[in-house]
Design a protein around this ligand. Structure first.
Ligand code: SF4
Length: 705
């Protein structure tokens, strides 16, 4: 099916997470392609099992190679010619705009799309559809840390330093990240740090493989991370550990933040978090005593209705201790999706234009409209965030059509049952995907698109490092790139073809111009410059340096100072009750990525983790007459899911954990709570109240002792 395009060994990067490990795609003669690990700074020649098996999807038997279309709701999806499929998409979008107004056309993108696609999708929405209704699944991943980074530092770049700098930190506080399972090759940096004598502190409700390697594990109650951060700041202030010189020279807002933390006495925080006061004190003293220290957060504290404030709480702690803006020190967010960073910079967010510009900023609108050759007044304003768009779609005032690229919201959105219902209410749904995902299965038109190894493009990894992905293989006959799809539909909607180039390098060059002068400035980064290990933004000049380390001299705020924010912990949005007595927290496993559309189709990964499971403590299992491997029904106020019991003493007695990679009855997101963080619009994936029950009866002999 695939024809080689030149070299049999093509240097590229893993198609999955934000580590973007280096790999070569290798093709021996006409044999199936395979991958070999390649030296790269984030992964040092390592790959996880997802990376090793990434080539298995390229010639997968379930690969779509022709568009599918259904005549009307209830009729089956049938193969159809590209022209007919694109005509249908363009016709439905135009008809919807005519009937209901332009904002009734919705666009939903993804954090795995290349920078070129993310940029083109944002432009397609604003220029071809002229709709405000565009957002993406990154709103479900990194939005809280991104918002907090902008508030505190004036800029959001996940890590403001290369990952390798972790080795230079004498102490690392890792909050809500299970790096050892989600990004195993990155553990080499923690190894270096610990071998050099550095201390690792992990905050996590589970004793994960990452937590087990820590010098100190703070096993906080889910949803209480902000109280913990406030308690730690309280201890730092009370015990004279604040770096007052740094606070005076490089920050603002300390007094108010410290005053607010004054209400979080350690014994009060212990009652909220379940973390012993002495353990908290020990953690603060380790951080304060280290000459260099990092505070890194991930989805644990971020996927919460107080995610932004929680991240701000940990940034406050880092700033108060003087552990930011210096080599070997700083706050960082461990971004999840492959292009989670670049995907949030170039315009597929509801409130954003390329270069991390705000869409409500007149100067930003004028600049981008100039690059696009349109009237600034023709650009729509901010639209609804991802969950708000999905929750209202098909209903009064919501979007009536949806075009989905690089996302599978039927599995990955919160309250997924409602999302599925709403998709059925749309007038029209089109999905671009290499496979028939759970969302594509509901579509009126499915467009088969290229995969990572079949197209050129750039990604921006968790460090803000822009890297090249190269086309190593020609795509199968019948498959087109997302850029071609957007271009062809745009032309059918009346745009000149030159507005939507389909060559990735041409799109990137336009992106560079659109980002010039913005916060995420790519103007100086060309494809040629990305030979080797990539370039860090901002990089405004082709002949000037890139920026591996931010904030060494000043932060990106107007006055150059980092801002501490006065934040307060709020009780759980959905408290446990007699009917729902346990906490449910959700997350990932090492063998799968996101909604599993890709990894569930890889035989080796499916064999390893074939079905949904729920982790629970053996004592809790006994109380519920559950044995290891039993069917478990989990019920929240939004729905019921079914999963296999996996007993482990590594989890709190009051908490169960369910990964979110499966569809059908095993969907963790049938259960999750869509209550939003008011600033980042991040749903509260990480926490809701749940009850569990056996899905099938068994005898007492089978129960754990
Ligand atoms: Fe590396 Fe992430 Fe790919 Fe695993 S999934 S090989 S950690 S980029």
């Amino acid at each position: 099916m695939h024809e080689p395009t030149g070299s049999a060994r093509t240097p590229t990067h893993c198609p999955y997470c934000s580590l973007q490990c280096g790999m070569d795609l290798v093709r021996e003669g006409q044999g199936a392609p395979s991958v070999e690990a390649r030296a790269f700074p984030t992964s040092r020649g390592g790959l996880c099992r997802k990376g090793w098996t990434a080539a298995d999807l390229l010639a997968h038997p379930q690969r779509l190679t022709t568009p599918l279309m259904r005549e009307h709701r209830g009729s089956p999806l049938r193969p159809v010619a590209w022209a007919a499929a694109l005509d249908r998409v363009a016709g439905e979008l135009a008809a919807c705009a005519a009937r209901h107004g332009r904002d009734a056309n919705g666009v939903f993108g993804g954090g795995g799309l290349t920078n070129e696609k993310a940029y083109a999708l944002g432009k397609f929405a604003r220029v071809a559809l002229r709709t405000a209704s565009i957002d993406y699944n990154g709103r479900f991943c990194m939005a809280s840390a991104a918002t907090a980074g902008q508030l505190a530092f004036g800029l959001d770049r996940g890590l403001p330093f290369p990952l390798e700098d972790i080795a230079r930190a004498e102490a690392v506080l890792l909050v809500g990240s299970n790096l050892a399972e989600t990004m195993p090759p990155a553990v080499v940096h923690l190894d270096d740090q610990q071998v050099a004598g550095g201390k690792l502190i992990v905050v996590d409700p589970r004793a994960t493989p990452t937590a087990r390697r820590a010098d100190l594990h703070l096993q906080a109650v889910p949803g209480t991370d902000l109280a913990l951060a406030l308690g730690m700041l309280h201890i730092a202030v009370r015990e004279g550990l604040v770096d007052h010189d740094f606070v005076a020279e490089r920050t603002s807002g300390f007094e108010r933040a410290a005053q607010r933390a004054g209400a979080y006495w350690p014994d009060r925080v212990e009652r909220i978090c379940g973390v012993d006061v002495e353990v908290m004190r020990h953690a603060v003293h380790i951080l304060a005593g280290a000459r260099t220290a990092m505070v890194l957060t991930a989805r644990g504290p971020e996927q919460s209705r107080q995610g932004t404030d929680t991240v701000l709480g940990f940034i406050n702690l880092a700033l108060a201790l003087g552990k930011a803006g210096r080599p070997g020190s700083g706050y960082g967010c461990l971004t999840g999706q492959g292009n989670g960073q670049g995907g949030r910079e170039h315009g597929q967010k509801a409130d954003q234009l390329p270069g991390y510009r705000r869409i409500d900023d007149p100067a930003a609108r004028a600049h981008v409209a100039g690059v696009w050759g349109v009237d600034p007044d023709s650009l729509p304003g901010p639209g609804a965030s991802a969950w708000e768009m999905l929750a209202a779609m098909g209903r009064e005032g919501g979007v009536r059509t949806l075009l989905v690229l690089g996302s599978n919201p039927v599995v990955s959105a919160p309250q997924a049952g409602l999302v599925e219902e709403n998709l059925a209410e749309l007038d029209f749904l089109a999905v671009c995907d290499p496979f028939v995902s759970e969302t594509a299965a509901l579509a009126d038109v499915v467009l088969p698109v290229t995969q990572w190894a079949e197209e050129d493009g750039t990604m921006t990894n968790l460090e803000g490092r822009v890297i090249r992905r190269r086309a190593a293989l020609a795509p199968p006959d019948g498959v087109r790139s997302d850029l071609e799809v957007l271009g062809r539909v745009a032309v059918r909607l009346g745009c000149p073809p030159e507005w939507f180039p389909t060559d990735p390098e041409a799109v990137f060059d336009e992106l560079r111009r659109a980002s010039a002068g913005g916060r995420a400035d790519y103007a100086g980064i060309s494809y040629a410059r990305l030979e080797g290990d990539g370039a860090f933004w901002p990089c405004p000049h082709p002949d000037g340096p890139d920026t591996p380390r931010l904030f060494l001299d000043r932060f990106a705020t107007e006055d150059g100072r980092a801002r501490l924010h006065a934040v307060s912990h709020r009780p759980h949005a959905e408290p446990t009750t007699g009917a729902f007595p346990l906490w449910l927290t959700t997350g990932r496993v090492s063998g799968h990525y996101q909604s599993g559309t890709q990894t569930r189709r890889v035989a080796a990964l499916d064999a390893l983790e074939p079905e949904a499971f729920v982790e629970l403590h053996p004592v809790l299992a006994r109380r519920h007459r559950l044995a290891d491997g039993d069917d478990v029904l989990l019920t929240t106020r939004r729905g019921t899911a079914r999963a296999r019991a996996r007993l482990t003493p590594d989890i709190r007695l009051d908490t169960v954990f369910m990964p979110f990679h499966w569809g059908g009855e095993g969907r963790a997101n049938l259960l999750t709570n869509p209550v939003l963080d008011p600033r980042s619009r991040m749903p509260e994936f990480k926490l809701c109240a749940v009850r569990i029950a056996p899905g099938s009866p068994h005898s007492d002999e089978e129960l754990p002792a």
